[in-house]
Design a protein around this ligand. Structure first.
Ligand code: FES
Ligand code: FES
Length: 854
């Protein structure tokens, strides 16, 4: 028997197990999160006798006589300070890392109430955060030190809320104090744990699957195989993804599921899975697009290895290049990138009503979960009820189905609650990544450095399934010319199936890759023309009324030139400074359906904000609340933001394409105006009890290639200029960014997105590498190269606002910033390193830096 004192109370376990598992599975104290179970992420941090410890590595047998403190055990008055400071600093995004951060902070502040910024960085060095870039977390901890030191009172909450203010997010407190629940925090009576059995090979014929030994395990409750799947093909856009593979099938990647096993004891699940016997005939995998395009290449999908094509043509690029004074052609290569959200994928499904299923899930759209799981189960949509738990980061990586279909299938088969959660390694190996691309770009200018033309070919490796590879490629092509004013373009792209890990959506959505190639060519052209890189960009950048590369006229609120002006001093004032610019659409656009919805209902004297727009950390609830308060003038304390739910909340589409601030933001304003009208008509809120107000917004856009004077490809664009500064040691010292994202809805949320995106962009450009060799993912979580708090550079963010007249007509002028924030970062890093060591880089991540040699 092992006895452990947790939060002042003694508990016993008959089994020696890791403290994290005991806290979560036995005591259901879920503030300590399981981000990796490998001792890497720090989300499981607890205090043992006042010292921070990773609970996932600590066995109960070492805890005799010691006192364990979790976030749930922090005194309420102390917790209120952390809740206030973390919210006031804007330190909370997805929140998955935050309870661990709080305990690391407490371990410092309990002994030192006058810490330096360096002390704080050191204290949280063991805690990874993928959302924030650490800056606001460090500010929050320093602020908390001041509150404790000076015994300050927590200020009262304001009774009004407008756009373009600093405001505490409504979801911050529950993420700080651990009360907010992620899918893995849910436990139900009789719940089973299930996991997949995955293919050993990226490409192999499955000759035999024998589940009998697994079924004979005493803890096994059920094993399912392909024959148990009512409809085996799903997919986010293109329906090409096998739910399971069976005997006679040829696998497409190592993430193919051959069986799903379920048991009551999570500790023996791995053992049961290992008893599923599979005989394979290994086949040579196709691991490059070049090989996949050979005439005799094996077909990965029956309709061929080219998954999608995309073109953008305007003017006559060949002729313009022939007539140009300076021409540069280079080939570039970018690799995979891992999203690295702190919360691994998890879903809990349980039977609901008559033959239905309820799925709690981490996802970027509950309606996507409903649609794909209903299709797989052969059920009408209304029989599949999807409800969002808190989402611990997404960045595009939670658009596709991962664990949800298997939880739903097992719950449907067993009629019991079922939890399926990826281990961190499964998450790395099986979920989608950023597309590797090879790009050959030719860019030309005249003798005055005026850009004349661009030609480009982009080949993307989409891996085994389409995922969002089609639109990712399209966006890489439509943005390949960059935010520059030139009218002769010829860009062609192809996205190709291979047997590699699947590539899909990732913050930046293809533009991250093509921006690197474009900006590097711009640097070369500037040098040839004898013009410095800042001036070259200033001469050529897009301005209001100019035509964007796709033919659309730039709006009056386009502030690309002003962004460049704002970073001018940072660029010229530092010896090793690199510069890049970029732009990104907001909204799905291109004539596709793109509807935001928000329903307000008055219930029990409160106004419920109901929208399915998924918050994966970016702050959807606060965004909607701010827009509604902005138009109604009502007290934010009157509102409740409900979780996304296919029964309660109207479909606002997927959180993708930097769209929700624009489309659901405007829908929220429309709902707010209706509510205000009702209140202005003389009714009190009590008299509106039971009333509902639905706001919808569907911006009209044109398909690519539409011939018109101003083809509206997207409803809005955001613009950015970034400067990366290196120190004498070659390490990244500072990042300065100027952003035109229109009106910031909540200033600290906008800054937080940008800061987190910058650090993620530095990861993409310099420090991170995800490897897949011969179709086998090879990366371990602790070795990918995610920056820690003491490695992240100083971050400076400048927001360029439109005037009242210039504002875009929707969402009080707010445009998206979730993706743009990391688009120019990698080329800015490449440019800084070129100034540092003279090497012109043509591949990402950049080699030969203090961070990595390869
Ligand atoms: S869960 Fe313990 S360090 Fe990641
Ligand atoms: S807020 Fe830190 S991981 Fe999301």
């Amino acid at each position: 028997m092992f006895t452990v004192n947790v939060n002042g109370k003694d508990y016993s376990s008959g089994q020696d197990k890791k403290l994290l598992r005991f806290l979560r599975d036995d005591l259901h104290l879920t503030a300590a999160k399981d981000g990796c179970s490998e001792g890497v992420c720090g989300t499981c941090t607890v205090l043992i006798d006042g010292k921070k410890v990773k609970a996932c590595t600590m066995p109960l047998s070492k805890l005799a006589g010691k006192k364990v403190l979790t976030v749930e055990g922090i005194a309420p008055e102390e917790m209120r300070v952390y809740e206030h400071c973390f919210a006031a600093a804007g330190a909370v995004q997805c929140g998955f890392c935050i309870p661990g951060m709080i305990l690391s902070a407490k371990s410092l502040l309990d002994v030192d109430l006058n810490p330096t910024a360096e002390d704080v960085k050191k204290a949280i060095r063991g805690n990874l955060c993928r959302c924030t870039g650490y800056k606001k977390i460090e500010e929050a901890i320093l602020m908390a030190a001041g509150f404790f030191r000076e015994g300050k009172e927590i200020p009262a909450e304001p009774h009004t809320l407008r756009v373009d203010q600093r405001a505490k997010r409504i979801d911050a407190a529950e993420k700080v104090n651990g009360a907010g629940l992620y899918a893995d925090d849910l436990y139900f009576d009789g719940m089973l744990y299930a996991k997949g059995v995955y293919s050993r090979y990226p490409r192999a014929r499955i000759d035999r699957i024998d589940v009998s030994r697994a079924e004979a395990h005493p803890d096994c409750v059920r094993v399912l195989t392909k024959k148990d799947v009512p409809y085996n093909i799903i997919g986010h856009l293109k329906q090409d993804w096998d739910v399971m593979m069976g005997e006679g099938d040829i696998t497409k990647y190592v993430g193919n599921v051959l069986a799903v096993v379920a048991g009551e004891n999570p500790d023996t699940l791995e053992e049961i899975a290992s008893l599923v016997e599979v005989d394979y005939t290994p086949l040579t995998p196709v691991t490059t697009p070049e090989d996949a395009l050979k005439f005799d290449a094996p077909l990965i999908h029956a309709d061929g290895n080219v998954m999608s094509r995309s073109t953008l043509q305007r003017g006559n690029a060949d002729e313009a290049i022939r007539n140009s004074k300076y021409v540069v052609t280079r080939k570039y290569k970018t690799g995979w990138q891992e999203h690295g959200f702190m919360e691994p994928e998890c879903a809990v499904a349980l039977p609901e009503g008559d033959d239905g299923i309820l799925i709690y899930t981490t996802s970027q759209s509950v309606y996507d979960v409903q649609r794909e799981c209903a299709q797989m189960l052969g059920l009408p949509g209304e029989k599949v009820h999807a409800r969002a738990a808190l989402v611990g980061g997404g960045f595009g990586g939670k658009e596709d189905m991962t664990v949800q279909p298997y939880a739903a299938l097992m719950a449907y088969a067993t009629k019991r609650p079922v939890k399926v959660k990826y281990s961190r390694q499964e998450s790395l190996d099986y979920h989608v990544k950023r597309h590797p691309m090879t790009m050959e770009f030719t860019t030309a200018c005249d003798e005055n450095g005026k850009l004349t033309a661009m030609k480009g070919v982009i080949i993307a490796d989409t891996g085994a399934y389409a995922s969002l590879g089609g639109p990712v490629l399209a966006r890489a092509c439509t943005h390949a010319a960059g935010p520059y004013n030139y009218q002769n373009l010829d860009i062609f792209g192809m996205s190709v199936y291979t047997n590699n890990v699947v590539s899909g959506a990732f913050r930046g959505f293809g533009v991250t890759q093509s921006c690197f190639a474009t900006e590097q060519n711009i640097n070369l052209l500037a040098e040839m023309a004898g013009i410095d890189p800042w001036e070259f960009r200033r001469r050529n950048c897009i301005r209001p009324g100019d035509r964007l590369p796709n033919g659309q006229l730039a709006d009056p609120n386009c502030k690309m030139a002003e962004c460049l002006d704002a970073v001018k001093d940072a660029y010229y004032g530092n010896k090793y400074a690199g510069l890049a610019i970029g732009f990104k659409n907001a909204g799905t656009g291109m004539g596709l359906p793109d509807t935001g919805r928000c329903l307000l209902s008055v219930e029990g004297g409160k106004i419920h904000i109901r929208t399915s727009a998924s918050c994966m950390g970016q702050g959807i609830g606060q965004m909607c609340l701010t827009q509604i308060c902005d138009v109604t003038g009502l007290d934010p304390a009157l509102f409740v933001h409900e979780p996304a739910d296919t029964v309660r909340t109207p479909d606002a589409g997927t959180s993708t394409a930097s769209r929700q601030t624009t489309v659901t933001g405007e829908a929220s304003r429309r709902a707010g105006r209706q509510l205000k009208e009702a209140l202005d008509g003389g009714k009190t809120l009590a008299e509106l009890e039971g009333r509902e107000f639905l706001g919808e917004f569907s911006p009209q856009t044109d398909p690519l290639g539409t011939i018109s004077d101003n083809p509206i490809s997207h409803v809005a664009y955001s613009y950015a200029a970034q400067v990366i500064v290196l120190g004498e040691d070659g390490k990244i010292k500072k990042a300065v960014s100027a952003f035109d994202i229109g009106t910031p809805v909540n200033i600290q949320s906008a800054e937080g997105q940008i800061e987190g995106g910058l650090v993620m962009g530095i990861g993409y450009g310099v420090t991170e590498k995800f490897e897949c060799v011969d179709g086998q993912p090879k990366s371990r979580f602790g070795r990918i190269g995610f920056l820690r708090a003491d490695e992240a550079p100083e971050l400076e963010t400048i927001l360029i606002r439109p005037s009242e007249e210039e504002k875009s007509p929707f969402s009080n002028g707010a445009k998206g910033c979730g993706e743009l924030c990391m688009i120019p970062t990698a080329p800015a890093c490449a440019s800084a390193y070129c100034r540092y060591d003279g090497q012109f880089r043509q591949s990402l991540p950049i080699a030969n830096t203090p961070y990595r040699k390869d």
